[in-house]
Design a protein around this ligand. Structure first.
Ligand code: GDP
Length: 300
């Protein structure tokens, strides 16, 4: 995964050095933990997350687990792997489907995070699972957003509910409400509501997203975040958590080659599960997020 490229290289190099040692001394462990700490910080992982991560690795590596192990180096690799799985959320979480369809999924996030693209990806993925999603164009902020959603909807083979010209234009809450009503009427089992972002955290955007949330009572609110925005990711995630609240996270642009460590902070900072990953611009560059698989890819 490109976004974790340099972090991955540094962690694997650090851990590889242990292999030449028979038994590990406390200073071997400290040296390794220091290198892990630097690698995580350089990758933009949030300080709090780095601290708790390295403390856990150190404690376990110095403890009985390693001193009693036949192969201490492998044991440390396992500990780092377990802790990575932990900060990525442990178990993967499935979409919560409503008992009474349609299941309403609302997308929230900054402009450019990849919400509209994600809407298409998710719709295609769900359609592939036999669902009958409807996309709803409630991003009326960005001039092209409605057309863009119609394009990705076309590619995904999923219909798009959009405001009629002159009717409801400018009122994203109304479009969202009507979109959900349309889904109920036409028996779509899932509705995906795309909402407007702004370039930065903005009170108007939060109010609008909160209003949409209130109007359509979504079963899932997915916070879509560009893994490439580095340290800002933490503040942005917290702002959305307070302003809109969300039930899950989608990481986008994991194919980018910037420092993707922010992605490793999101779960720890918000306590919300990462549910999907977006890894490119085409609709198939998308996958359900599995913490264990991601951790092994990082340590591969
Ligand atoms: P929105 O403003 O949140 O709706 O963002 P868009 O869906 O319009 O995406 C913004 C830009 O990022 C577009 O040029 C997308 O093609 C691009 N994009 C979205 N997701 C990804 C991704 O996972 N990887 C890459 N490389 N580009 C992406």
């Amino acid at each position: 995964m490109a976004a974790f490229g340099s972090l991955s290289t540094r962690l694997t190099e650090t851990l590889a050095k242990l292999r030449t040692k028979g038994k590990l001394s406390a200073s071997d462990v400290d040296g390794t933990v220091r290198e892990i700490r630097r690698a995580l910080l350089d990758a933009d992982v949030a300080l709090d997350v780095v601290k708790s991560f390295t403390a856990a690795v150190r404690e376990r590596a110095l403890g009985a687990e390693v001193s009693e192990a036949l192969n201490p180096a492998q044991q440390v690799v396992k500990i780092v792997n377990d802790e990575l799985v932990g900060i990525l959320g442990g178990e993967s979480r499935q979409l919560q489907l409503a008992k009474q369809p349609p299941t309403v999924i609302m997308l929230a996030g900054l402009q450019g995070a990849g919400k509209t693209t994600l809407a298409g990806k998710l719709a295609k993925h769900l359609r592939g699972q036999g669902h009958t999603p409807l996309l709803v164009a409630s991003d009326l902020q960005r001039p092209n957003a409605v057309t863009q959603l119609q394009v990705v909807g076309g590619q995904a083979g999923v219909p798009v509910f959009a405001p009629e010209p002159g009717n409801g234009v400018g009122d994203p809450v109304r479009v969202a409400r009507e979109g959900v009503a349309e889904a109920t009427r036409k028996q779509h089992d899932i509705v995906i509501v795309d909402t407007a972002g702004r370039l930065g955290v903005d009170a108007d955007m939060m109010r609008q997203a909160a209003d949409i949330r209130k109007a359509v009572q979504p079963d899932e609110v997915l916070f879509v975040i560009d893994a490439m925005i580095g340290q800002d990711a933490v503040a942005t995630a917290k702002a959305f958590q307070e302003g809109v609240d969300f039930t899950g996270v989608v990481l986008t642009k994991l194919d980018g080659d910037a420092r993707g460590g922010a992605a490793l902070s999101i779960r720890g900072v918000t306590g919300k599960p990462i549910m999907y990953a977006s890894t490119g611009e085409t609709l198939d560059d998308f996958e359900p997020f599995h913490p264990d698989r991601m951790a092994s890819r990082i340590l591969d």
